[in-house]
Structure formats: structure tokens, C-alpha cells
Design a protein around this ligand. Structure first.
Ligand code: SAM
Length: 263
């Protein structure tokens, strides 16, 4: 039996729960969302914003790019085809195995590394760019450390662009229908969203930061916030993805994309 609660949980419990969650969910996640994500496409969010349209990373050809929380590495594969040298990092062996299968099927190889966004296994200044499309950031208890780690592995002049659920979504039930339009939870309640079993063992954890919290984490890591992109729900876009739906998309922002630079 699974129960949903809000309670404190630290990095170790969060990591354990989410690694197991994504290992177990990898096949179902791809069966549900794989057609929308494509096999070598860079989709930022359920609103369908594509890097090919918006170029938030700037020029990618010839650049070394780290994708943090790459899942099955669809974005990294798009980067390869665009002439970049990406590396995909993910906590979950299950997601990476799905990524390796997609690479074999498409003939577009991407180096994949199993690791934790809070402890990036890379040398200082080893990447020109870093990105994450709803990847690791909200799944880490210590996202301030994620910001510092990404800043460390970026070279000066590098860029870090990451998408998360929009912080205002925290107030609303996880429901794509009318129930999901009622603000029920305090925006300022930072206690993590936890799904747990009858013994209280967490099976899935998401962490919340207000917009101000997130900006402070970025600045404290020595990065500059260049833009905060809030993709609008495109007219005619009908796809429901979990809590994301045309109904809510017309009213509420669903995704926040933070564009940061390392001075
Ligand atoms: C919603 S998926 C997004 C992946 C991909 N962009 C996509 O759209 O399918 C989130 C990914 O973040 C990974 N993740 C969660 N916590 C992580 C951590 N601490 N370090 C690295 N990756 C993590 C998960 O394993 C999962 O593959």
C-alpha cells in the first residue's frame, strides 16, 4: 500500500527511493511518454518546447555538454546529431539501460554514466554546457549542492539550463482535471512530497523550492541567472502528461526553465 505525505527526508533516503523508483518505472515511463519525447529529440517539458526552436543552450556544435538526469538520453542524442559532444548522467541503471537500447536502435551513440547529480564524477571545468530537462534537480534533497557541482564542472563562460516543475504547481493537487485547479497546499511549505509504503519507507520523493529559494541557490553557486523561461501551453496541444493538461496549461504555468551562466 502506498501513502502520500509531506515530511522531511534527506539526501540518502531521497537517493535510495528515487533510484529504485526510476529503475522500476523506466519501461512504463518510456511506453507512456516515449512517442512524445522521440528517440533523438530535445524536448524541454510537457508543454512540448523543443531546443531546436528556442536554442536556450546557444551554439552547441563542438561543445562538451553534460546532461544531468538524462533518463533514456533523448536530449543527449539530439545534441550528438547537432554536432555536440554530450555525456548523459543518471542515477538510475534502468533508465540508462533504456538509453543504451535506444542508442543501439537509432545508431546514435552517447556516453552514459551512472552517478548522482549531488556528486558529479567529472573534473573541474570539463564541460562547456550543462542541461537538464525535468531531470535530477527536483529529485535531489540538496539542490544547492547540485548547483555548486554543475558550476564546478563548467568552464568559465559556460551555461547551465535546467527545467523543473514550475514552483507554483506545488500548491495544487497532482490532477490534470478541475480538482487540480484548487490551491490546497501552501507554496511556502518546503517539506518534500513523499510516497511511502506501510512501513514508512519512501518509494518516491520530490523536493520543492520557491522561486526565491532557487534564485538564491543559483547565485550562491557563483552562477548568474540570465533568464527564467515559463513555456506557455501551445494552442491545440492536447497531450496530458501526469498533472500537465490543456485545462491547467491555459491557466497555470507548468514548467520553469532557468538559464544560468558561469562568469
Ligand atoms: C522525469 S525523468 C527526465 C529524464 C528525461 N529528460 C526525460 O524527459 O525522460 C527524471 C530523471 O532524473 C533522474 N534522477 C533522479 N534523481 C537523480 C540524481 N540524484 N542524479 C541524477 N539523476 C537523477 C531519474 O533517474 C530520471 O531518469
Amino acid at each position: 500500500m502506498c501513502a502520500v505525505t509531506r515530511r522531511q527526508t534527506g539526501p540518502a533516503e531521497t537517493r535510495r527511493a528515487n533510484r529504485r523508483w526510476w529503475d522500476g518505472d523506466a519501461e512504463a515511463y518510456l511506453a507512456t511518454h516515449g512517442d512524445f519525447l522521440g528517440t533523438a529529440d530535445f524536448c524541454w517539458c510537457p508543454e512540448g518546447l523543443r531546443e531546436a526552436e528556442v536554442r536556450l543552450l546557444g551554439e552547441v556544435a563542438g561543445r562538451r555538454v553534460l546532461e544531468v538526469g538524462c533518463g533514456a538520453a533523448q536530449c543527449a542524442r539530439w545534441l550528438t546529431l547537432a554536432g555536440a559532444y554530450p555525456v548523459g548522467l543518471d542515477l538510475s541503471a534502468g533508465m540508462l539501460a533504456a538509453g543504451a537500447r535506444l542508442s543501439a536502435a537509432t545508431g546514435v551513440p552517447v556516453p552514459l554514466v551512472q552517478g548522482d547529480a549531488e556528486r558529479l564524477p567529472f573534473a573541474d571545468a570539463s564541460f562547456d554546457l550543462a542541461c537538464s530537462a525535468h531531470g535530477a534537480v527536483p529529485f535531489c534533497a540538496d539542490s544547492a549542492t547540485v548547483m555548486r557541482e554543475v558550476a564546478r564542472v563548467l568552464r568559465p563562460g559556460g551555461r547551465w539550463v535546467f527545467a523543473t516543475p514550475h514552483p507554483v504547481r506545488w500548491m495544487f493537487a497532482d490532477d490534470p482535471g478541475p480538482e487540480g485547479l484548487l490551491a490546497r497546499m501552501p507554496y511556502f511549505d518546503r517539506r518534500p512530497y513523499v510516497e511511502q509504503d506501510g512501513a514508512g519507507v519512501a518509494s518516491y520523493v520530490e523536493h520543492h523550492r520557491t522561486v526565491g529559494d532557487r534564485v538564491r541557490e543559483i547565485v550562491a553557486a557563483g552562477l548568474t541567472l540570465v533568464d527564467l523561461v515559463e513555456p506557455e501551453w501551445p494552442p491545440g496541444h492536447q497531450r496530458v502528461w501526469g498533472q500537465w493538461s490543456p485545462l491547467r496549461g491555459r491557466i497555470l504555468p507548468g514548467t520553469a526553465i532557468y538559464v544560468c551562466a558561469k562568469p
